[in-house]
Write a protein that binds this ligand. Structure first.
Ligand code: UFG
Length: 333
């Protein structure tokens, strides 16, 4: 039986494919390569280039492959971009998921593990954030993720499709051997931006605001290692295969680090100066986001192994050093 990974050429999806293959799963991958990289996909996975919104394409894959469960990473994922292009987000994320579910229903595939987000919560009233907290997304991106969760809930009700929605906090790091990692273009995430500055590819890091109500004035986030994050997906798949109920879990490390702490740790890890300047706040950034991940630990048996922030940054640094220009190997020579 095969696990189908949607968005398996992206940063997080490619780590999922890699870990599934290492654990002897049979894996098929669908990715439209709009932001993903085919080089990131493990050679032992069967790769199909296409768009999840293309129903006849999706049906052709479900006809060919004996799919037992789906891991769904295929989505647009930038908060800022979603504020400018909300319809693109609703189309790709919400409509795309609808097509996936229609095809799953047609072919009798009942299990899906899906990438949700801390962005479903909006500005939290309590820290750490539990899964029972109110969901008031403050961006179209967060709204699409909440809508996707709700669509899954009603598909469970009507068709007995079982889902696990994993609400990610800040995913960082790379496979420990540095062979796959984070490569977005343009890049907007803190850790790769800090490390590109360490490599001299950027003049300085812009710190978005130092007047937040936190100890050093910069925003606090909960960083989770991509390898640990994927471990939770595999546990979630096993949880569904064992016949358990649909559920929502936060995935974070339950510890918060400020932008300045991340920068200082990266200076320590890389031994580089990493110039930085404080600039205005970025619209829509909550001051502090820290997950309670107790539920995933208790119910899925999730035990994140790489919670040390130095180790997370070191693994990302390893990747950035090996592939300073990302997957564009013409530039890495
Ligand atoms: N930051 C900077 N300078 C930069 C980039 C980021 O100071 O150049 C700061 C941000 O203001 C924020 C922190 O670094 O405080 C982390 O920013 P990221 O862009 O790396 O991540 P976000 O917290 O904005 O977003 C992440 C995921 C989203 C998800 C969101 C949930 O990347 O997909 O968490 O809130 F929606």
């Amino acid at each position: 039986m095969t696990v189908l990974v949607l968005g398996g050429a992206g940063y997080i999806g490619s780590h999922a494919v890699d870990q599934l293959i290492e654990k002897q799963y049979d894996v098929a991958v669908i990715d439209n390569l709009r932001t993903g990289h085919q080089q990131a996909v493990h050679k032992k996975a069967r790769f199909y280039q296409g768009d999840i919104r293309d129903k006849s394409f999706m049906e052709s894959i479900f006809e060919k492959e004996a799919i037992e469960g789906v891991l769904h990473f295929a989505a647009h994922s930038l908060v800022g971009e979603s504020m400018q292009q909300p319809l693109q987000y609703f189309n790709n994320n919400v409509y795309g998921t609808q097509v996936v579910l229609e095809v799953m229903q047609k072919f009798g595939v009942k299990l899906i593990v899906f990438s949700s987000s801390a962005a479903t919560y909006g500005e939290p009233k309590e820290i750490p954030i539990k899964e029972t907290a109110d969901t008031n997304p403050e961006s179209p991106y967060g709204e699409t993720k909440l809508m996707m969760e709700n669509i899954l809930k009603w598909c469970d009700h009507a068709y007995d499709m079982k889902f696990v929605a994993l609400r990610y906090f800040n995913v960082a790091g790379a496979k420990l051997d540095g062979s796959i990692g984070e490569d977005h273009s343009p890049e907007s995430h803190l850790v790769p931006l800090i490390l590109q500055t360490a490599l001299g590819q950027r003049k300085e890091l812009l710190i978005f605001g130092d007047d937040y109500p936190t100890a050093d004035g910069t925003c606090i986030r909960d960083y989770v290692h991509v390898v640990d994050l994927i471990e939770a997906h595999i546990l979630a798949l096993d949880y569904l295969k064992a016949g358990n109920q649909s559920a929502v879990f936060n995935l974070g490390s339950s510890a918060g680090f400020s932008v300045k702490q991340m920068l200082d740790t990266a200076r320590e890890v890389t031994g580089k100066e990493i110039p930085a300047v404080v600039t205005a706040r970025r619209a829509g950034d909550p001051s502090t986001l820290i997950a309670s991940s107790e539920k995933a630990r208790n119910i899925l048996g999730w035990k994140p192994q790489h919670t040390d922030i130095k180790a997370i940054i070191a693994s990302a640094w390893n990747w950035h050093n090996a592939f300073p220009n990302g997957y564009d190997d013409t530039k890495n020579e």
